[in-house]
Design a protein around this ligand. Sequence first.
Ligand SMILES: Cc1ncc(COP(=O)(O)O)c(C=O)c1O
Length: 366
Amino acid sequence: MDYEEPKFFQVMQYAAEADGDVIDMVSGNPDWGPPAALREALSAYADLESDAFQYPPSDGLRELRETIARRRGVDANQVVITVGTGEANYLAMARAFERDAGDEAILLDPVYPYYPGKVELLGGTPRIVPTERDGGIDLDAIRSAMSDETALVVLNTPNNPTGAVYDPAAVEAVIEAAERHDALVVADEVYREFDYAGEFESALAVDSPNRIVTDGFSKSLAITGFRVGYGVFPAEHADAARTRHMLVNVASPRPSQYAVLHALEGMDPAYQEAARERMQKRIAAFTDALEAAGAEYTTPEGGFYVLARFEGYPGTTANVERLIDEIGVAGMPGDTFGTTRTDWIRFALVTPRVEEAAERLAERFV
Ligand SMILES: Cc1ncc(COP(=O)(O)O)c(C=O)c1O
């Protein structure tokens, strides 16, 4: 089978190789750097005894699992440390398909492209269901797409790419529907620290054996390169996830886990608030400039991304590459995220130059 590689790397590479000054707003790589406590832990690591350079426990450093469990109000046995949220999503999806409970996965459109890729890799069939116009959950659409073939429903809140933060009551209703169809719900909460209205509620609030929550530190600690994530699995699925993680990875890297643990314990509590405020300012600056340019755009309730639409300029890869060449602004084609935002281009606000980017866009399109 040929697996389709998500287009992120293709567009990132195009932007990196382009001539001239390119404002890179392609992927969600935070530009603000990790907390000081994480850097200090990493420096200290080099001087640790030789056992710090050996295999960690397969499911993660015990202290890290316990810290996460305490913060998230779950039992440490439910927590499996993974190679990023990406691996936690993979483990959760694999669990859904190995239960002989159907082979369809309900994914919401617009969709983070790694979800359909992983579903297909695991032999499942993606069933794409549109969201509301504002990116919110369309409960009727999900309920009517569900059947006994449904093995999995994947939710992502705050959402990439729409910026929607899902209504907690709708998330609960999806989990209840999944229970009726013997399906698992995976709630990917990797952007949960970037909730601007304070309305995000974790799916952990819904007590259900059918609900798996995935999360990680790539965004909240600005360390996408460290690859530390985790899944919170209901008791009956945790051992299967642990075993698959062990067979695929042996374990997640020890220095990254150590650094995250020390960051969680020792960082300035103002770090995350500052990151949220920085992002809110960027959203305001970028969307104000788009407004002045007469473009259509989204105002995210959470996460890092703004979708923008320019009249007569659909969000294809060719058009995105043209923008890189003509004005030095790099986004992601909307057609990467399913079928409902093909007219749009997604911009990741991970550069201090968002206003300049919007001005370049305004000049190009007005
Ligand atoms: C919705 C979503 N889930 C998961 C990930 C991957 O997270 P991690 O770096 O923790 O694997 C991303 C990264 O952009 C994302 O947008």
